[in-house]
Design a protein around this ligand. Structure first.
Ligand code: ADP
Ligand code: F6P
Length: 324
């Protein structure tokens, strides 16, 4: 029989993502509905080590589902990467009566969740990142909002780019993963998409493409460049020099990480938050919640971290076919 969980802690960690508030709200309200107390840990693992821990009632999460960011705050914490820090974190949980923990974050945060589990605190991870780069899940909290924000911004740049017959390089977030770039590339009808998983640094190919498109009568040329490739401004200078076509760089930056979450992010984050509480009640630990093949499910953290994910060849090919 699983040990009864009496108090659940919830924290958000790593880069924030729209929908994290919906997840926090779902954890708090599901736990309360199941007769479990909830404590909110501010600023991720750093706040845990600093004992920034507050009681959470249903009313504390009123009116937050529509807000971007995370009401608990988030942080990066080097100390939590050490065995001493991890043990101290688990001891602090015990001191505050926390016997179950929900961690919302990316792969790095899952490592911390795994460490808490190892140190005796039943812990469940939720996939919170705008990058969609968690292998075990087809959905991550925040991606839908971020990719829609980026898409709308790119539409606007495209309008002015066409009017001026310019080439535009638009840099979107994604240090290691090109999902935002790929999705926007297709959704915005970009002529070129540069992503860390695929780009071969053959700038001459891009230049040839721009010249060929201009000859065909295209009035704009949109290049979506993922942050992981970067250097958009210097790339724009080189392209302008080589083609003679005015070229501008726009770096969308952190505006992609903020803002009101989409319906999908609110909905999925809510289900995942509730799901995390319910599997904690079943006595599960060291698991991450995922959405895969149309189902909400969960995986062992180690198994999840060992899974590999890469951009789908076919989808990448289609992006190119459609850009002609
Ligand atoms: P993300 O969760 O978005 O991948 P990070 O990689 O920055 O973001 O990780 C967030 C936090 O998770 C780190 O600041 C650290 O506190 C914790 N963390 C990351 N890696 C580990 C690790 N190997 N062991 C324990 N905790 C970790
Ligand atoms: O949240 C993911 C992400 O946006 C990455 O795409 C990006 O590289 C990183 O976070 C940047 O985060 P920060 O500047 O906050 O470290």
């Amino acid at each position: 029989m699983a040990k009864e969980i009496k108090t659940i802690g919830v924290l958000t960690s790593g880069g924030d993502a729209p929908g994290m508030n919906a997840a926090i709200r779902a954890v708090v309200r599901t736990a309360i509905a199941r007769g479990i107390k909830v404590k909110g840990i501010k600023k991720g693992y750093m706040g845990l080590l600093n004992e920034e821990i507050i009681d959470m009632e249903a009313k504390n999460v009123s009116d937050i589902i529509q807000r971007g960011g995370t009401i608990l705050g988030t942080a990066r914490c080097l100390e939590f990467k050490t065995p001493e820090g991890q043990k101290r974190g688990a001891d602090i949980c015990r001191k505050h009566g926390i016997d179950g923990m929900v961690v919302v974050g990316g792969d790095g945060s899952y490592r911390g969740a795994q460490a808490l589990s190892r140190n005796g605190i039943n812990t469940i991870g939720l996939p919170g990142t705008i990058d969609l780069d968690i292998a075990c899940t087809d959905y991550t909290i925040g991606f839908d909002t971020a990719v829609n924000t980026a898409m709308e911004a790119i539409d606007r740049v495209k309008d002015t780019s066409s009017s001026h017959e310019r080439c535009s390089i638009i840099e979107v977030m994604g240090r290691d993963a090109g999902y935002i770039a790929l999705w926007c590339g297709i959704a915005n009808g970009a002529e070129d998409i540069l992503i860390p998983e695929k780009y071969d640094f053959n700038e001459q190919m891009i230049i040839n493409n721009i010249i060929a498109n201009r000859k065909k009568g295209k009035t704009h040329h949109i290049i979506i460049n993922a942050e992981g490739i970067g250097h958009s401004t210097s790339m724009a200078r080189r392209i302008e020099a080589a083609t003679g076509i005015e070229t501008r760089a726009t770096i969308l930056g952190y505006m992609q990480r903020g803002g009101r979450p989409t319906c999908k992010d609110r909905y999925y984050a809510s289900i995942m938050g509730a799901y995390a509480v319910d599997i904690l009640r079943e006595g599960k630990t060291n698991r991450v919640v995922a959405y895969r093949q149309g189902q909400f499910t969960d995986f062992d953290i180690e198994e999840a971290l060992n899974m590999k994910k890469s951009v789908d060849e076919y989808q990448f090919e289609v992006a190119h076919l459609l850009s002609v």
